[in-house]
Design a protein around this ligand. Sequence first.
Ligand code: ADP
Ligand code: MG
Ligand code: MG
Length: 925
Amino acid sequence: MKYVYSFSKKHVEGDRGMKELLGGKGANLAEMATLGLPVPPGFTCSTEACDAYYKVGKAKLSAAMKPEIDAALEQLEEVTGKTFGKGPNPLLLSVRSGAAVSMPGMMDTVLNLGLTPTTIKALIASSGDERFVLDSYRRFIQMFGNVVMGVDHHDFEHELDAVKKARRAKLDTDLTVDGLKDVIDRYLKVYKRATGKPFPTSPKEQLMAGIDAVFGSWNNPRAIRYRELNDIRGLLGTAVNVQTMVFGNSGPDSATGVAFTRDPSTGEHKYFYGEYLINAQGEDVVAGIRTPQQITLKGSREWAKSQGVSETDRKANYPSLEESMPKAFQELDRIRVRLEKHYKDMQDLEFTIENGELFILQTRNGKRTAQAAVKIATDLVKEKRIPEREAVLRIDPASLDQLLHPVFVKASEDAAQQIAIGLPASPGAATGQVVFTADEAEAWVAKGKQVILCRTETSPEDIGGMDAAAGVLTSRGGMTSHAAVVARQMGTCCVAGVADVNINYKTKRFTCGGVTVKEGDWISLNGSTGAVYKGQIETVEPGLTGPFGTIMKLADKYRKLGVRTNADTPHDTATAVKFGAEGIGLCRTEHMFFEGDRIVSFRRLILVAETVKKLREDCGIEDLTALQKAVGKDVKAVESIKQYKQALRELLPLQRKDFVGIFKALKGRPATIRLLDPPLHEFLPQDAAGQKEMAETMGVKPSEIKRLVESLHEFNPMLGHRGCRLGMTYPDVTAMQTRAVCEAAAAVKGSKPEIMIPLVGNVKELANQKEIVKRTIAEVEAKKGVKLSILIGTMIEVPRAAVTAGEIAEEAEFFSFGTNDLTQMGCGFSRDDAGKFLKDYVAMGIYEKDPFQVLDQAGVGKLVEMATVNGRKARKDLKVGICGEHGGEPSSVAFCHKVGLDYVSCSPYRVPIARLAAAQAAIRS
Ligand code: ADP
Ligand code: MG
Ligand code: MG
């Protein structure tokens, strides 16, 4: 196996396409060498070598790789005219890590390798600059000690500070030759004390140990954590780049710096963005040891203005590179243009100037904010550098979240005190005063306050408060908990499952570690990271700026999938339409029962429904008026029927009004309306106060209500009396809801309702409900003298429905995959309880991702695919969509494209994400 690949002007063995093997840094160094750019020559030990390091062990790898390294070194000596470890012109090397995916600052680098008493002498003689050589040596001892031998950084820093203090040197550069000698003596002692060995004086030994250490750093805790956090998997390891040193620390006409070809935070292209330091090396610029200077004069003047630095002060102490080293600057500026043209993307460069001569040490596609990504991609299309499709592919769909929600001003967030971290359940930034109940949230907001609603968990009753609040914090629950799902849909910032927070509703306070937060105290939430802060943090509202709109238009041009939204209110609907939703894919009618007095009417209905059902069965009479007559003098029975009729009468106009609002907001776009779905007990008053209130409105004893509530108790409500099972046993609810939809449709011209029957597992359930729906449509049509065209379909969320989709499609005009429940029932994971072990499951690799967040394509996805195929076999024009949380998750959207669904439906704030993900899937396929 070949482990070592050279790069130099004479001989290049790699190119930019070889990232997997040479790492990003190595591949790009090779590419730049081929382009003829001034890259110090060197060689790369491949990621396969790193893999071998872990598989066969470092001794065996070293033995196998040594001859290749020796050969590469010899070549390097030839190209540079220098010799490693000996001779009048000694070769010094850097040993740099570099994986296929950039992991900035995660693994380690050693500079100035090859310095020994012999080479130090030679280098002093050849450079005539003892100070520079000693400065390089002290850096080398520190880096080698730290990176290779694990000596604590601070042990060195401590000595450096001591010498600086004793010699009244403010900056490193103020240290004289004597000072540096003192530092070196102390460093060598620190090294010996910590390792028990003297500092190595064999350059080859230094090199092999350096390479081993970089391979070893692939699995240091920092690097592992970084890969976890950024979901980087499947890499062989890191490559090691061994490169000829160039010295930015060799005097006043030397420098080192980093630069971006465009502004990485805004994407602007006004000037060349970057910073440099004179007489410095390596990480000095980012380490903050001195104030870095700007590359361009324009940038320098802007910087000075923002820092309150006068023009004279700026010119004297912080001149731009353009001013201080104009020749090197000109060349760097030419290379900037060249690299951008070549890579067709914004580049992040590292450069060093040695005695006036420029060298490029690294280039890569620069990391950027979502705002910058969108701006850069659309600008590159305008500049005719990349085609439209490429621009669409360049944007990470998930990152669009950053553009839709308010965000913290970074400096304010950095300065804030973080008190806990939870799940980043719904993105955005929120700052407000703590309240503990939904009612209070609404009341405080009505008084013009800004609040954060803190609950152990939320329930459907809390939606008013959640909507009013700037943010929601829950101490329990996962990414698909009620709080998370509802908050995302509303676009309310939410941090869920903050386990460290202990809420005490009685005392109106929560504790978190040592911190106590009372009602009315200010806290701040970062819904994109899960961070919880004490106090207020300044936020900014990002506008839907030009480039964002441009990207969305391009996405629409290329996507094949439709994108709808999950919305229950006119407000959410309008938001989603603004974000480009083409209709509603899921309108959950149950939320409409919670607002204000409606809950009372609905409770009334539920509480007597069972009695009415029994009366019907006993008398064999369906019609309520006839039934009421038949029971005659049974006062209790008559009262129940009256209450039942009253509830239906009260609910009908309220539902109708909701639908009218939604249809108006849709302006002719279709809306899939799902009939009542959740278990009834969610609606019932479980506490004494609520039961008493209900008893008063219904004119019965509280004990009677208590009995009724208890009789409706279920051990496993999610698998209980819910979904179409309610419509099966209480057909009046189905009829009332259908009537409300039809009457609203008749009232709003151009509305396109579709009625969806939830939780069907057997085609007979659907047939039964469809019958009621059709009959009701016909009744309204007759009464209003209109013709309504309303599709009737079903949600596919019970595995049995997916398996028998062929039969179900005989009755259904459309399918909508409810993948939340389909995952729950398909994998057998309770949505409410799986949070306890799913994280471990993902860590153990049983599931690659949380199947509630990312569609489990191999399992649940199979059900989706099979049901789609079989459904369409039975009904050619069957419309198929998805309305689970997965409808807004990019990889799941790509799956939906592949399977050939007609549309995905997601919460309003995910509509742009789905549009972009759908376009990317279409372009890639
Ligand atoms: P990272 O991946 O953390 O950026 P690098 O390997 O790029 O680490 O190197 C760390 C620092 O050392 C960078 O500032 C880089 O420019 C500098 N450096 C690396 N190799 C050389 C070299 N051969 N000559 C001079 N400076 C170098
Ligand atoms: Mg670097
Ligand atoms: Mg469901």
